[in-house]
Design a binder for this molecule. Sequence first.
Ligand code: HMG
Ligand code: MG
Length: 283
Amino acid sequence: MSERVEIFEVGPRDGLQNEKRDIPVAEKVALVDCLSRAGFSRIEVASFVSPKWVPQMAGSGGVLAGITKAKGVRYAALTPNMQGYEAALGARADEIAIFASASEAFSKANVNATIAESLERFAPILEAARHIDLPVRGYVSCVTDCPFEGAVAPEQVAKVADQLFAMGCYEISLGDTIGQGRPDSIAKMLLAVKEHVPVTRIAGHYHDTAGRAIDNIDASLALGVRVFDASVGGLGGCPYAPGAAGNVATEAVEAHLARLGYETGLDAAVLAKAAAMAKAMRS
Ligand code: HMG
Ligand code: MG
């Protein structure tokens, strides 16, 4: 039997958060419903952040209310603070994600807080989620390069990943936010993180700005990583990371993994349909 690699679909959140056009909730719901038929176990569909900071995600409650939840799929929402956590709970998200940065300048630009302050804000979220057994995923941004500070030290990424894991995140997603990672810098970073977080709890979240995301996935596979975030149609970027182009496209990752003989459980035909929908939604 071939080995399983999971693709965590983040397009409806990480992808659409960056689009300039005001995308109606119904279009987002249609995209998620199509993705729900593709065979994912987890799809990030919402973000309960300040609408002043990311206006595109303002309809997130409507998206969670409007989708037809498929059996066996967990629908995730990004939450920066308790206000976002309460909103995600109210909208019945199946899991939530908190997001820290490995670089101070990006942390300030993205959440208006130092890394330490952002972790302090996450503590009550993890505490509250633990009481109701709500899974919490942790992101670390800028794991190799920061748009403001340049190269980021692997030890700094390992420190933040370790803190998020110790606080109770069940998985740590390592984000090459501006897509400047290369197989060697990704490998160095992963080796440092693996000292603190078991590789079975690590996910790779790679943007394809410099066209190296698939190479970076290969480098990560070689080090034992078996979960990768991707965005259908290559939608995406981050509004607070200048130069962050799309996330690696889900359909490209699926095709690559299939060629390598891994089992993703995804239906390529349904995925192609979703990718066409996603591309049509681009600004
Ligand atoms: P702030 O301005 O410092 O916050 O922003 P504040 O506490 O002073 O509140 C300001 C206003 O925002 C208040 O409203 C709050 O009520 C409201 P006002 O009184 O002015 O009318 N507010 C909220 N509204 C709705 N939901 C909330 C919420 N919180 C406060 N949860 C804050 C701090 C964290 C809120 C802000 O900086 C923010 O929302 N940042 C989010 C930025 C973001 O979403 N970035 C993209 C996601 S990260 C990413 O894409 C990277 C990733 O993909 C991994 C990778 O690629 O590396 C994950
Ligand atoms: Mg991202």
